[in-house]
Design a protein around this ligand. Structure first.
Ligand code: GDD
Ligand code: MG
Length: 319
């Protein structure tokens, strides 16, 4: 099975981290967000993934020189200019001729961290197909839906409303688009891939009109790692065991001075925590140096923190 993974956005909400590193290549535990995505897709039966690239494609090509990750074959589709979500899907899917194949494919937003079983979404889609489904999308409950695509469904999963980032108070639904889809090849007719088009604002509302959009709601672990608090949370949950997947908190090659304190934090390969430094609820990137006596709390330090400096609720880009 193929997947198209959307990784071409600007990562605006995670600046300054994303000035240097595209969002999907930011650390998540001892891997990257994208590597965990590939582990997750592979487990769900995906053999091939097309990375829909736009902003900063080079680091992706450099990260996977042998064009494989977690056993998934990688293909690269690079946009000349941003095509938005449906434009990017149409362009990337055609680059590997998915419009000519006879089987559905997965689409995933590249910043999603979830325990959803992809195979369950595929199975739901197979059932919906007989009712004319062009797409089946994963839904998750949230407390504040205004930052997401808000979805209304009938009890049997037919989507009756899809509104992207509605003004607060305009919808009663607490179920949002969770950013993983199963699409029929025929859905690509609505996504020509030759210009900017939004799947959330144009394609999905159009499918709703056609009664061709279906949904599967689950209570699996889910978050969108595209905001500072949720990106940090994704890391802390991965080391605390709040999820099916778990990762080492401190990389074996990191150097921790004898008198430092490191608690509930990710410390990447080759990082150095100085004498008397205190690191709590934070991510210290690979090779970052935290100086003697520095304090880092609820922060992401992909770059260095000078001796004795105190940083709280801060994102520090690599130097
Ligand atoms: N290739 C390419 N080209 N990718 C893009 C482009 C583009 O022009 N624009 C955005 N993307 C990618 C981003 O890199 C990201 O992986 C994905 O598309 C979604 O973009 P976000 O910027 O993360 O969107 P969002 O988080 O505000 O909203 C989306 O995700 C929510 C769930 O987390 C929407 O799909 C919402 O409906 C959804 O609820
Ligand atoms: Mg997002």
């Amino acid at each position: 099975m193929f997947a198209v993974v959307l990784v071409g956005g600007f990562g605006t909400r995670l600046r300054p981290l994303t000035n240097a590193v595209p969002k999907p290549l930011l650390p998540l535990g001892q891997r990257t967000i994208l590597e965990w995505m590939m582990v997750h897709l592979a487990r769900g039966g995906v053999t091939d993934a097309v990375l829909a690239l736009g902003f900063k494609p080079e680091p992706f090509l450099a990260a996977f020189p042998d064009r494989t990750c977690a056993g998934v074959r990688l293909h690269f589709a690079i946009e000349d200019s941003p095509l938005d979500t449906a434009g990017a899907i149409g362009f990337a899917a055609r680059s590997v001729a998915l419009h000519e194949r006879n089987e559905p494919f997965i689409v995933a937003n590249g910043d999603i961290v979830t325990d959803l079983r992809i195979a369950n979404l595929v199975a739901a889609h197979q059932r919906n197909r007989t009712a004319g489904a062009l797409a089946t999308i994963h839904l998750t409950p949230v407390t504040d839906p205004s930052q997401y695509g808000v979805v209304e469904t009938t009890p049997d999963g037919l989507v009756t409303g899809f509104v992207e980032k509605p003004a607060p108070g305009t919808t009663a639904s607490r179920h949002v688009n969770a950013g993983t889809y199963v699409l029929e090849p025929a859905s690509l007719a609505a996504m020509p891939g030759d210009g900017p088009l939004s799947i959330e604002r144009a394609t999905f509302p159009h499918f709703v009109q056609q009664r061709a959009l279906f949904a599967l709601q689950t209570n699996d672990y889910w978050l969108d790692a595209g905001r500072p608090e949720s990106y940090l949370r994704a890391n802390l949950d991965l080391i605390s065991g709040a999820r099916i997947d778990r990762d080492d908190a401190v990389h074996a090659s990191a150097v921790l001075a004898p008198e430092c304190e490191v608690r509930d934090s990710v410390v990447g390969a080759g990082a150095h925590i100085g004498n008397g430094a205190r690191v709590v609820d934070s991510v210290i990137g690979p090779r970052a140096v935290i100086g003697d006596g520095a304090v880092v709390e609820r922060s992401v330090a992909l770059g260095d923190v000078a001796a004795s400096h105190v940083v709280r609720d801060t994102l520090i880009a690599p130097a």
